[in-house]
Design a protein around this ligand. Structure first.
Ligand code: ADP
Ligand code: MG
Length: 295
């Protein structure tokens, strides 16, 4: 099928806001009654900043070097933020081999024969690494401040914690309010901790939140809503969103997102504007009526 371009009138005249991959997508859009959003990079700016660095042995420079080495190979916003911070601090460069990203969990790699594992606390525990009580307390305190804690481990020991904070998109609450005005339900799905996700959802006015989900579980959550009869448009940007985008009635990818998300979606927000999610649904409902002559 031929990709179709949809021009959406922006504030200053016409600008291309979204790309609809195939005409069937309009039918899907016309039926949407629930919009499901990923958090990081979709409802938030996706440009988290490093706020806290805690090295267990006190050597912050070494922790940042290791973090830069492994996270510079990640395309996740968290990886990019940590890399940006470490490079600004001009820490010594190290070389990671056998890098692997585990979507929704973290990253792993080898550094001079040592195994480096970085990611969320539950991923570290699953890797059979003990998290000391004082580190747990630190993670919980960071969560209370709305910060995401990433643990760095070397050869089975936690060597440090790096915390990040992301900000909701400035247009977020306005867009969510407009969506809800049309009687469409809003849901947030995230791999991040509930402590971090719930306040952001509340601030934006999102109806329902599901946190700590792995990529497959995001898809299962959508399937659960579909079984209740919901017609779902899912908006996401990451590799971790691809299964959910494929499962939903219409997948909508953030244009600045990863290739995997863009491939899995039927609509691409090339203008990177959250309001175009609603514009896509409005356009779908209008176009479908026009195409079927059912005005
Ligand atoms: P979201 O659903 O909010 O987009 P993800 O599913 O991508 O979040 O990630 C879930 C969690 O996995 C993150 O909050 C983070 O703790 C961890 N994580 C993912 N990628 C990385 C990475 N490159 N480095 C460290 N931690 C990561
Ligand atoms: Mg995301």
């Amino acid at each position: 099928t031929t990709p179709m371009l949809a021009a959406i009138a922006g504030g200053k005249g016409i600008s291309i806001g979204l790309l609809v991959k195939a005409s069937e997508v309009f039918y899907g859009l016309s039926r949407v009654d629930t919009i499901v959003f990923d958090k990081t990079g979709t409802l938030t700016c996706g440009k988290p900043t490093v706020t806290d660095i805690d090295a267990v042995n006190g050597n912050v420079s070494e922790l940042l070097s290791i973090a830069e080495a492994v996270e510079s190979k990640s395309e996740h916003p968290i990886g990019q933020a940590i890399t940006f911070y470490a490079q600004k601090e001009a820490v010594p460069k190290l070389q990671i081999d056998n890098f692997k990203a585990i979507p929704g969990k973290g990253v792993i790699g080898n550094l001079n024969g040592s195994l480096i594992i970085a990611g969320k606390p539950s991923f570290i525990e699953q890797s059979n690494i003990a998290i000391a009580e004082h580190i747990r307390k630190k993670i919980s305190a960071l969560g209370d401040e709305g910060k995401t804690a990433v643990l760095f481990c070397r050869d089975g020991n936690v060597i440090g914690v790096i915390a990040l904070q992301d900000t909701p998109r400035p247009t977020g609450s306005q867009v969510i309010a407009k969506i809800k005005q049309r009687g469409i339900r809003t849901v947030m799905l995230t791999g991040d901790a509930k402590q971090v996700a719930a306040p952001i959802a509340k601030q934006l006015g999102i109806d329902e939140v599901h946190a700590e989900l792995l990529p497959g579980e995001k898809a299962t959550a959508i399937e659960g809503l579909q079984k209740k009869g919901c017609k779902i448009a899912m908006v996401g940007d990451g590799i971790n969103d691809a299964p959910a985008l494929a499962q939903s009635d219409v997948g909508i990818a953030i244009g600045a997102g990863t290739d995997v998300a863009i491939e899995a979606a039927g609509v691409i927000l090339i203008g990177d504007r959250l309001i175009d999610v609603l514009n896509a649904v409005i356009l779908g409902k209008a176009s479908y009526k026009t195409m079927t002559g059912n005005v």
